[in-house]
Design a binder for this molecule. Structure first.
Ligand code: ADP
Length: 631
């Protein structure tokens, strides 16, 4: 808000800060990089005079911006002093005199080289007391308009950084935002400063107010201000100047008084001070205290460096609170060009562009990785299905070969039921030709024929599985014992022919596994055929082929044990490699196909030699899990 509560706002009612530097001493302080003349053998001393106490945000904000500008320009090689004159609460002449004396003594041994007077009161104070406090100091005054400077009779050598708080420009901003407004209210308090502001507003808004039904809300208590503002028509513009004091004599920090009024006002409130933003006003034309502080800072840097300086104007800007625009439904598009919007909600992109970019990048990367993985999975699936197809084809060829190899013994096996059928049929027809046929006997013969037919059908049925071509794995759960028995059935004719005794050792419990039945049967047949081949050199009495099934380490196990030649030790580890064969008509593919089948179903196959002679082939398959079995 305006700092200068006690100053009569006579410079166009726009009193603010005027920093006057009395350009007393020859410009000869220079310390840092931005100051060219290093004429002092010590850091320059700068005293900043604040007109009020430290709670007045306007002067404090400007003072802080000034300090940081000076520290930055001198790289810290500067002595900065601050004094809060508190002239609003202690305006009495005695106090001013006392303060002058006190500061004169305080700074006797450390006379400031430059004094910055923030606000009109500080400028008046130092104009009167400069001789005592710092006779040789340059003085910069800031924070009020140039007309105020004339009014308080600033000495000519005081340099001004003037700031004009222009209520007309604020009013024009309001008109742009509320083109349909019909009423204008201007609020001002009862202190000298407030009254000064009001009279400036009267003058400045003379023309402007003619377009509206205008009311000056003045000489009211704070409660009356609040009450009146809350009942103005909604098509009103409310301009708030300052309320340092109300009619009841209560002192306020103006922004706090404006906050009370704006909170319940029934129309938008505007004001010419940056410090009113965040306290409920829509906005206004102002000199930001930060910009003012930096302007003064630059001036002081020049003074220290001994560069020529002259009065300057701090830059004015239009400033609005975007939240208030939304509150009143005022269109952003109606703002004067270059208006600074505070608290503007940034778009997700504006506010978090880095995070959004990173997130997008991560998402894209993830998408890329996922796509690559999907592609990879697809390729793997294709490769797997291709290799499965190859396996199925190989198994089928292998099955056909097995069937071919077993065909003579199977034909021999089929011969038995077929011959029996033929003999029985002949016997039955002879009986029928006799004079008195024994029907009961004929009945018995027919039953025998049926049984033999069933046997022949079973043999063919078992072979059919071996010969059937598959395009997909036919997953099913079955008992490994059963599949071993069915393989033995297929084999036994051939075993008989070769004088081989077949033995089985099976547990009483089931050995449930999940696989394609025919494939596992093919493994058993391959192992059994090899075992029978390996025993051909052995004595007939010693040709024994044993199938042992059981559970080992929670897995189903089948061992095919023979009494043949065994496997040369050096071949044990590579016997499952394709194309190894010791047989004249061998292909060397049986064991590699057996391994491929077993591994497809998550199992293992291994070969060992028995100490007493012969080989053992061990097939291990996972037991079908309970949940799988239930499903
Ligand atoms: P093939 O039977 O066409 O030779 P296999 O892959 O089934 O092809 O067998 C490869 C080789 O492994 C056989 O030629 C044989 O030398 C050896 N072999 C397989 N099983 C046995 C066994 N039970 N005893 C001894 N040698 C065996």
């Amino acid at each position: 808000m305006g700092w200068g509560c006690s100053c009569s706002a006579r410079f166009q009612g726009a009193a603010v800060l005027a920093i006057a530097v009395s350009a007393v001493v020859c410009g000869c302080y220079a310390v840092a990089s931005e100051t060219s003349h290093a004429l002092l053998d010590r850091p320059p001393r700068v005293l900043i005079l604040y007109p009020y106490d430290e709670r007045i945000a306007a002067t404090t904000a400007a003072g802080e911006a000034l300090r940081s500008r000076l520290l930055e320009a001198t790289e810290g090689k500067i002595d900065l002093f601050s004094e809060f004159l508190d002239l609003s609460r202690f305006p009495e002449a005695d106090h001013v005199v006392r303060m002058g004396r006190y500061l004169a003594e305080k700074y006797a041994a450390r006379r400031p080289d430059v004094i910055v007077a923030l606000g009109k009161e500080s400028a008046s104070f130092i104009s009167t007391n400069r001789g005592r406090i710092a006779p040789g100091a340059k003085i910069v005054a800031a924070g009020f308009g140039s007309s105020t400077a004339e009014n308080i009779d600033l000495p000519d050598d005081v340099i001004g950084a003037f700031a004009t708080f222009d209520i007309l420009k604020t009013a024009e901003m309001a008109r742009k935002l509320q083109p349909n407004a019909r009423y204008l209210y201007i609020i001002g308090g009862s202190s000298d400063f407030d009254r000064g502001w009001l009279s400036t507003a009267h003058a400045d808004l003379d023309e402007f107010s003619k377009s509206y039904e205008t009311t000056y809300l003045e000489d009211l208590t704070i409660e009356e201000f609040v009450e009146r503002a809350s009942h103005v028509p909604s098509d009103s513009i409310i301009l708030a100047l300052t309320v340092f004091k109300d009619r009841a004599g209560r002192n306020f920090i103006p922004r706090e008084a404006i906050k009370l009024i704006a909170a319940t006002a029934s129309a938008p409130v505007y004001g010419p001070y940056q410090t009113y933003i965040d306290h409920g006003i829509v906005g206004g034309n102002t000199v930001t205290f930060d910009a003012l502080g930096r302007t003064v800072g630059n001036l002081v840097v020049d003074v220290i460096a001994g560069r020529p300086v002259s009065d300057i104007q701090a830059p004015q800007i239009n400033i609005v609170d975007s939240r208030q625009l939304r509150r009143w439904g005022l269109a952003e598009g109606n703002l004067p060009p270059g208006t600074v919007q505070m608290h503007k909600e940034k778009s997700l992109w504006e506010e978090h562009w880095l995070a959004v970019t990173v997130a997008l990048g991560v998402v894209l990367m993830q998408a890329g990785v996922i796509a690559a993985l999907l592609l990879e999975r697809r390729r793997r699936q294709d490769a797997e299905s291709m290799s499965r197809l190859h396996l199925l084809e190989a198994v089928h060829l292998n099955q056909s070969a097995t069937a071919g190899a077993l065909s003579s013994s199977i034909a021999h096996e089929l011969n038995q039921p077929l011959s029996a059928i033929r003999n029985n049929a002949e016997a039955a027809s002879q009986l029928l030709r006799s004079g008195n046929p024994d029907l009961e006997l004929i009945q018995q013969i027919l039953l025998d024929i049926q049984e033999d037919d069933q046997r022949a059908g079973d043999i063919i049925g078992r072979m059919r599985g071996l010969l059937k071509k598959r395009r997909e794995i036919d997953w099913q759960e079955f008992d490994l014992n059963d599949i071993t028995s069915s393989a033995i059935h297929i084999m036994h004719g051939e075993a008989d022919r070769r004088g081989i005794t077949l033995n089985t050792k099976q547990p009483t419990t089931e050995l449930p596994v999940r696989a394609d039945k025919v494939h596992v049967q093919q493994v058993v047949l391959n192992l059994a055929t090899n075992a029978m081949d390996a025993m051909m050199d052995a004595d007939c009495a010693r040709r024994i082929l044993t199938f042992v099934t059981g559970i080992a380490k929670e897995r189903a196990e089948l061992c095919v044990v023979d009494t043949g030649n065994g496997i040369p030790e050096e071949r044990l580890s590579s016997i499952f490699e394709p194309f190894y064969t010791t047989k004249k008509a061998g292909t060397g593919l049986g064991l590699s196909i057996a391994r491929a089948i077993v591994e497809t179903y998550g199992g293992t196959i291994s070969a060992h030699n028995r100490p007493e002679g012969g080989a053992i082939f061990r097939v291990v398959l996972p037991l079908a899990r309970r949940e799988e079995r239930g499903s």
